[in-house]
Design a protein. Structure first.
Length: 271
């Protein structure tokens, strides 16, 4: 059965379908992780922009604000360009990239204030307005990222459903045109072997019957004739002895024919 080429092809197709399903699932999980990471970083960008404003407001603490700004600046440009120092995936959606590009002015706007000796209230007011504009646009970015993630998720789900339907159809076709004929072939072989066994059993029964009936008669006759020839030889005339020898010859021929037929049946049974 396993040597049948159609069966092997069916098994290969089944394995390929399983691998395709697993590949799609793993791709979906990877995309979901990437999208979730982007959304988390975008959310962290909003938080960092607010903390920068807060640190500049509190005693004009530029050292803490600079550390936060470095994280904010690095993450923002990692969105736009590949950066080996971060694990932030590059944004591929053109609409999101365009919007992030406009946000670069808001990110770069803060840098000069971090090097200033004194930050006035007017400067703080300008910074607050800049950060508020950044937050508003970043909300749009996060919303777009979430929509893109949901859209890709729906596409992958649809692809998984279509692949599952295709898998079911192919499996049904394999059952109909590959596995079912193989099973039917095996059933025919079993039926053929069963018929041969029954025929062999019949021949063996015939051999047993011949041994128990046909062989018994010539053997009994030979036994009687031999006994008569050996124990009553003095009472027998020459003609009687010749007659007994002819009878022995006849019974021997009968026994030889029976043995020959038995051997023929036995050979046929083995074949």
């Amino acid at each position: 059965m396993f040597g049948d080429k159609s069966f092997v092809r069916g098994a290969i197709i089944t394995v390929l379908l399983i691998l395709a399903n697993q590949a799609l699932i793993q791709f979906w999980l990877y995309q979901k992780r990437q999208d979730s990471h982007l959304i988390n970083v975008a959310g962290r960008q909003r938080m960092l922009s607010q903390r920068i404003s807060l640190e500049l407001h509190k005693d004009k603490n530029q050292s803490a604000a600079k550390a936060l700004y470095d994280q904010w600046h690095t993450a923002h440009y990692a969105f736009l360009n590949a950066n080996d120092s971060t694990d932030i995936p590059v944004v591929e959606d053109q609409e999101v990239l365009s919007l992030l590009g406009t946000l670069s002015t808001h990110v770069d706007f803060i840098k000069p204030f971090l090097g200033a000796e004194n930050i006035t209230e007017a400067d703080l007011s300008t910074i607050y307005q800049n950060q508020a504009a950044f937050l508003e646009n970043m909300e749009v970015v996060v919303d777009l990222l979430e929509k893109n993630s949901e859209y890709k998720l729906n596409l992958i789900i649809i692809g998984e459903i279509l692949l599952a339907i295709l898998s079911v159809i192919i499996l049904l076709l394999e059952i109909r045109y590959i596995y079912r004929p193989v099973v039917e072939k095996q059933a025919d072989l079993v039926k053929s072997y069963k018929s041969k066994i029954v025929d062999q059993e019949r021949k063996l029964n015939q051999i047993a019957w011949e041994h128990s009936h046909l062989v018994r008669s010539p053997v009994a006759n030979l036994s009687g004739l031999t006994y008569m020839f050996m124990h009553d030889a003095e009472k027998l005339s020459e003609d009687d002895k010749k007659q007994i020898m002819r009878f022995i010859e006849v019974e021997t021929d009968r026994l030889n024919e029976i043995v020959g037929e038995t051997v023929r049946l036995a050979n046929a049974s083995q074949n």
